[in-house]
Design a protein around this ligand. Structure first.
Ligand SMILES: *Cc1c(COP(=O)(O)O)cnc(C)c1O
Length: 367
């Protein structure tokens, strides 16, 4: 009945987490499950990892609330903190950990004496210029003001995010960022939870292995690096996006396929119409020739991806039938390859799975 299914392998998720733990045995693991667990399903992913992860991290308070309300009782870190007073009360009541990146947040906390103490991670900007205080003076002010408050747990944590841990051309800048993090930690005497490493840091840079690390994309078996796949890094892809061949047509050389006639057959061939499109989250930017797995063999896509369908060139010898399984990415076809073909990163592709896609949770394991 279901045309498009995202199969989520929860065993692979657990295996990836254990693989990560073996790489950073001395660190606690904060499993990053923001954006619906990178499109894999927020609660089911957290549930599958609830025995193994030391904490979870999300970006929005709504995501943290949803996890708490469904019974996740591990620490939940708010990577973006909060921006209004109402949220301070929610964070306190539900015992979330919050990043504190600006003085206006310190003031909001100061306005709430008497609440249940907050777990605060002071956020430093070490070079990305997204969130966090960059200057030592401002960091010191945030820290000393939070240290005075009985409604804040002590000692405070310190969190910072790496911006070029996956960018070889910026190795010098990466090293400056790491140095700055450890310098802040020692100069300002942060003795609480220290958190730096992301996926790329965990895999490539031992000096980012802070006491708490924050793996995101690698949990899902996907590589943070442009030149390697997750499988090449010893990870197992968690999501496999599947659909079905709707029909096949014999085409004559010169036939013009799809909107805008973006594909023209260079020979007589068999064209397959697959039930998946950008309305499911398959990227419309996929060019002619993007690989698709049909009946276990790789075939090139043809023409523009439509909202609900796309085309594949099955070749003149095709014996494919309507109803045959089609794999868009996942097992046997790394999502990294599709992202590269589309000029984007795999993070974006898995995040964009649309609500109408059927999501199935299975525990395949290595198999
Ligand atoms: C998204 C995010 C992560 C995880 O990044 P990956 O590259 O997926 O490992 C870690 N920390 C912060 C602050 C983030 O925003």
């Amino acid at each position: 009945m279901n045309f498009v299914t995202a199969c989520i392998d929860t065993k692979a998720l657990v295996r990836n987490l254990r693989t990560i733990r073996a790489r950073v045995p001395d660190s606690k693991l904060v499993a990053v499950v923001k954006a619906n667990a990178y499109g894999h399903g927020l609660y089911p992913v957290a549930q599958a990892l609830s025995q193994e992860a030391d904490a979870f991290a999300v970006s929005r308070i709504s995501e943290a609330l949803s996890l708490r309300n469904q019974g996740i009782d591990k620490p939940i870190v708010l990577l973006e903190g909060f921006y209004n007073d109402e949220d301070v009360e929610i964070i306190s009541r539900l015992d979330f950990y919050t990043a504190v990146h600006s003085l206006f947040q310190v003031e909001a906390i100061e306005r709430h004496p008497g609440i249940k103490p907050l777990h605060c991670w002071v956020q430093a900007d070490i070079g990305m210029h997204r969130l966090g205080a960059a200057q030592t003076g401002e960091l010191r002010e945030i820290k000393t003001r939070l240290e005075r408050l009985p409604q804040v747990y002590q000692p405070l944590g310190l969190i910072a995010h790496l911006s070029v841990a996956d960018t070889p051309a910026e190795q010098g800048y990466h090293e400056e960022q790491v140095k700055r993090f450890w310098q802040i930690a020692s100069e300002l005497e942060f003795t609480g939870d220290l958190s730096l490493g992301n996926s790329a840091g965990i895999l490539r840079w031992p000096d980012t292995h802070s006491p708490w690390v924050r793996p995101g994309i690698i949990l899902y078996g996907i590589s943070p690096f442009a030149d390697q796949t997750g499988e090449e890094l010893g990870l197992t892809p968690v999501m496999t996006l599947k659909s079905t061949l709707l029909t096949v047509h014999r085409l004559k050389k010169g036939a013009k396929v799809g909107y805008g006639a973006a594909f023209v057959a260079e020979r007589d061939t068999v064209l397959g119409v697959v039930a998946v499109g950008y309305g499911d989250g398959y990227p419309r930017t996929a060019p002619n020739g993007t690989p698709v797995l049909v009946g276990g063999r790789l075939v090139p896509s043809a023409g523009h991806v439509c909202m609900d369908m796309m085309f594949v060139d099955l070749g003149p010898e095709s014996r494919d039938r309507p109803g045959d399984e089609v794999i868009l990415w996942g097992r046997g076809l790394p999502v990294e390859k599709i992202a590269a073909a589309c000029g984007t990163i795999p993070y974006e592709l898995v995040c964009h799975i649309m609500p109408r896609v059927n999501v199935e949770f299975t525990a395949w394991g290595a198999g």
